[in-house]
Design a protein. Structure first.
Length: 206
């Protein structure tokens, strides 16, 4: 792709680094930004700078947060006995949008994937075990995507927590195998949470 402007080329190259955006889409976005009032572009730029410089991870659940303890973890009206294990922030948003879960979350920050060089030590498993040790959690809900790597991660955590005699369940298989949680529609995801099954039963279905 040839450019008449080096500034345009640089903008397109930077935008094209975003996932799912090719050079042609990046060009359309860059030209769209050029058409907007300058203050709009400045506002967008500043919001991205602020996000990158000031975003935090909740010290309790590892979700993204503006404050040390996120609003979900600091909400006393949620059910302390329920803990939903998810891969990342996108899954928290997806489940919250269903309005069907009133417990707390634990964000792993990934899933076990040897081919990608991600092992148990790269996940937030130590803090998860510390939560369980406190004895307030009665049920762990596995809400990872329906993939082989996610199943491996579920089973690893299941074995890790087995000494604590805690109840474990998995979201119902209304989610097609191979699909990621964030792309599942809210109704299907909500029903999958409500109709969750004991994890022991779900092992044989996979």
């Amino acid at each position: 792709m040839e450019f008449s402007s080096k500034l345009l080329e640089n903008a397109v190259n930077e935008i094209a680094q975003l996932p799912g955006i090719g050079k042609r889409t990046a060009l359309r976005l860059a030209l769209h930004l050029l058409k907007l009032p300058k203050e709009n572009t400045t506002s967008l730029t500043q919001s991205l700078i602020d996000f990158r410089d000031h975003i935090n991870f909740c010290s309790s659940c590892h979700n993204l947060s503006d404050i040390p303890i996120c609003e979900i973890c600091s909400n006393p009206n949620r059910d302390l006995s329920l803990l939903c294990i998810v891969e990342d922030i996108r899954d928290v948003i997806a489940i919250e949008n269903t309005g069907q879960f009133r417990g707390y979350y634990h964000v792993l920050g990934g899933i076990i994937s040897p081919i990608d060089g991600i092992g148990p030590q790269d996940l937030t498993l130590d803090s998860l075990e510390e939560k369980v040790k406190k004895g307030q959690i009665k049920e762990i809900i596995f809400a990872l995507s329906a993939t082989m790597e996610a199943d491996t991660t579920n089973f690893y955590i299941y074995k890790m927590l087995s000494p604590y005699k805690i109840s474990t369940s998995a979201i119902a298989r209304g989610i097609p195998v191979g699909d990621e949680l964030e792309y599942t529609d809210e109704v299907t995801l909500g029903r999958s949470i409500l109709k969750r099954v004991p994890y022991e039963n779900s092992i044989g279905d996979r």
